[in-house]
Write a protein that binds this ligand. Sequence first.
Ligand SMILES: CC[C@H](C)CCC(=O)Nc1ccc(S(N)(=O)=O)cc1
Ligand SMILES: [Zn+2]
Length: 263
Amino acid sequence: KACEAAEYIKKMHPMWQEPLEMPGGERQSPIDISLRKSVFDPNLKPFVTQYDPRTCQQIWNNGYSFLVEYDDTTDKSTLRGGPLEDKFRLCQFHFHWGENNTWGSEHTVDRHLYPAELHLVHWNADKYALFEEAIMEENGLAVIGVFLKVGKRHEGLQKLVDALPAVRHKDSVVEFTKFDPSCLLPESMNEYWTYAGSLTTPPLTEAVTWIIMKQAIEVSHEQLAVFRSLLFTSAEEEVQKSMVNNFRVQQPLKGRTVRSSFS
Ligand SMILES: CC[C@H](C)CCC(=O)Nc1ccc(S(N)(=O)=O)cc1
Ligand SMILES: [Zn+2]
């Protein structure tokens, strides 16, 4: 499934014909998380998120996904603990999804594909002054990945879904405030996998400590359908391309270990 999808996507969408492999990449993302190969680490602590909805600023369609962007000039929305030594600031969250409910996530668990995946992107504010700096450093970023599965309607997500038609085209931005992203986190925050990886879109830098939550969140079929109504293309382009299958093909593990916070 995933490899067929990958071939199909390379053919169908120019975005993914760029050099997909970071030359010499030793720790690229996304990957398949093999349950039997992951190693329980009892020293992994629960991690702590403190998000202030007042730091939520706007939604931006950047032609890859739609980003909900936060003011990261202060320590108001932070992530710490878990596998992390430092304090990380939330700068944005976004999603990856498929053209149908069969595939769409970037990571998989024992090859199980989810219809979508949320990424909450944070950068190391103890060591760097700006996101743009941190993105180039191996301990610069921490991204929380949350799988989405089709089920009951997600009330917290609906406010975001209702704003999407305003950013239908690439490069459109709309003001979006007072959104608390913790409503998108699963109940059990102490069950996750973590590994050293990379950004999954250019610049593909190997700067990310990935934290993938074990428990998926439920969203409705209709809510996912609104994600698919977005466009990769800007309003000026004559041929409109619907924004679907915006996930990267899986990358080799290259000897890395995936640790789990639960046995
Ligand atoms: C200088 C480059 C520019 C600023 C980069 C902007 C950015 O945020 N990139 C980004 C963030 C997260 C992911 S993911 N999908 O979570 O691995 C992929 C790409
Ligand atoms: Zn992402």
